[in-house]
Design a protein. Structure first.
Length: 334
């Protein structure tokens, strides 16, 4: 029983370490802002993005994340709707978020708007005991009632964003309820510490995300896209990603970034606009802390589809202006 209790405590220790990363972490967040902020839903016409991230590939049980996000404005262009499905697994732990996003646009001027966003959905947390490596059969312990322990909790968030033709800034606060997740109904005390001093639940803490970015045209062929994402989670240090992408002839892009956190890391990105509606991107991270010798790099792949509304296309065609050469301007540079 003592060994089993150690396993239980280990699960919660691991989970508490994840509090700084309870949400899936993606380096290419700037290509679909709804991954972070519900207020961005519908702000860039129709978007659908797939993301896969394999983090710290040399570490057994390291995080693996898969994400899907789609959003679009309604016909009145005032309201945007979106859907996000994110899944992250780390060893025996796994959590899945399914969120719907709603945004409302307030027009400030001809080229600038303010967005308010709401997020509602569920989060499922699970522990798969079959992934635990033990010296004894853990199924004999009555604490574990089944091979897979899962809990589903409601989840709500709020966001806001200001966006102009060349600049955006946003704030998002997901997990407003800070719900507790109790996996174990009863723990037998064998250490003499007392049950009141044992942690029998974990908690999904409120997150705070700040994002911003802008576009600068260096010349007719090169555009510079700096961006920043800062995040804070209760009981964890503030972390931030500072990135800069350079776009060449509105077709290729590449960039570098640095992740300021307790681990630290260098971020590299490459991408290609395959067509006017489809793009593919790749990102890799290299941890700069002492963990780097054992963890290796993190790899991330993105596939994104973008389609402007019919109304917007007709308006641009009616202007009588044609773009000189090159591909259509990517939506994230608008």
């Amino acid at each position: 029983m003592k060994k089993t209790l150690k396993y239980i405590l280990l699960i919660f220790i691991i989970n508490s370490k994840l509090m700084a990363q309870q949400d899936a972490q993606f380096s290419q967040y700037m290509f679909n802002k709804t991954l972070i902020n519900p207020a961005a839903a519908g702000s860039d016409h129709l978007n659908a993005t797939l993301l896969y991230r394999n983090q710290w590939i040399s570490q057994p049980g390291a995080p693996k994340s898969t994400g899907f996000a789609v959003d679009a404005p309604l016909n009145n262009k005032k309201v945007g709707l979106g859907l996000i499905i994110l899944n992250t697994s780390q060893g025996p732990l796994a959590f899945t978020r399914i969120n719907s996003n709603y945004s409302y646009k307030i027009n400030l001027s001809e080229n600038s708007d303010f967005y308010l966003g709401l997020q509602a959905g569920i989060v499922q947390y699970g522990i798969d005991r079959s992934e635990l490596i033990t010296t004894k059969d853990i199924s004999l312990d009555p604490t574990f009632s089944s091979s897979n322990m899962r809990r589903i909790i409601p989840d709500f968030g709020f966001g806001m964003m200001y966006k102009s033709e060349k600049f955006y800034i946003g704030l998002n606060v997901p997990h407003l309820l800070q719900s507790k997740i109790k996996f174990i109904n009863e723990v037998i005390d064998t250490s003499g510490l007392g049950l009141d001093k044992r942690v029998k639940f974990t908690q999904i803490f409120r997150h705070y995300f700040f994002t911003s970015g802008f576009k600068y045209n260096l010349n007719d062929e090169i555009q510079i896209q700096p961006s920043v994402m800062a995040r804070y989670v209760v009981n964890a240090p503030i972390a931030a990603d500072l990135n800069c992408n350079i776009v060449y002839k509105e077709i290729f892009w590449g960039g570098l970034g640095y992740r300021f956190s307790n681990l630290g890391g260098v971020i590299g990105m490459l991408g290609l606009n395959i067509s006017n509606t489809l793009k593919v991107g790749y990102a890799f991270d290299f941890t700069t802390s002492g963990l780097s010798a054992n963890s290796g790099t993190s790899h991330e792949i993105m596939l994104s589809y973008h389609l402007e509304t019919i109304t917007n296309k007709r308006a641009s065609q009616g202007s009588g202006k044609k773009k000189k050469g090159g591909a259509k301007k990517p939506y994230f540079l608008k």
